[in-house]
Design a protein around this ligand. Sequence first.
Ligand SMILES: [Zn+2]
Length: 255
Amino acid sequence: MVKDLKDMGINVLGETFKRLPGTDGSFTRVTEHIGQLHFNTFIPVAVWVVDIDGGGYVLIDSGYFNCNVEVGLKNAGYEEPPNALVITHCHLDHTGTAARLVRQWDLPVIASAEEAPFIDGSMSLSEAVSSGAQKAFLGLSSRWNMMTGEPVSVSQPVSEGDLVEGLRIIDVPGHTPGHIALVHEGDGAVIVGDTFGNFLNRIGRWPFPGIDTDRDEGLRSIEKLADLGYEKLLPSHGEPILKDGIGRLRMFLDE
Ligand SMILES: [Zn+2]
């Protein structure tokens, strides 16, 4: 009999990550305005730091619980808090420090209206899927707090086409229902979150089939990214793609 660990007050991955040693991350400038705080923990993950021409910067995603985003920023020369935190989607490696950063800095939290209920904990990802096995998997993940981070309210829900600190919002659902990507027009770059990963110079989807809420929709989102026409593509997991992004995506889609 499977116990409901969340009801027992046990947050399986959340608590595990809190006990992991913290990691300060390393900073690399990727494009003129975009830097990557890279955290080599569990599955390596990026937190993007986007400099705003008008002043300040925004954070895109917030890493796992054990990512010392604050220290990483300081080490990279960012002394002031960010203007805002944008969350591409609800998974715990993107929302892990969000609640903590908001408590500390009183930041606006920006995400899509569709994703907001999964980020603030009012809905479980299992409610977003219909199929039996996947619903069961996501239901268990939710009860065991394996997929999402500490809930945090989305103060500024956005939708396709909105501009956030100069970044254009693009809906790329599939990995989660309200996943967004962000276009930096000036740098010709797209922050793609988990629309795909890029390990060992190879674009790929998540091997564990239950993780994407809708794999077909996710493929259509990759096609949408290819049609956007930007060559620099910055995934949360794996290496940034700084040239021939469209060709790389087309090759993946043709496989
Ligand atoms: Zn994810």
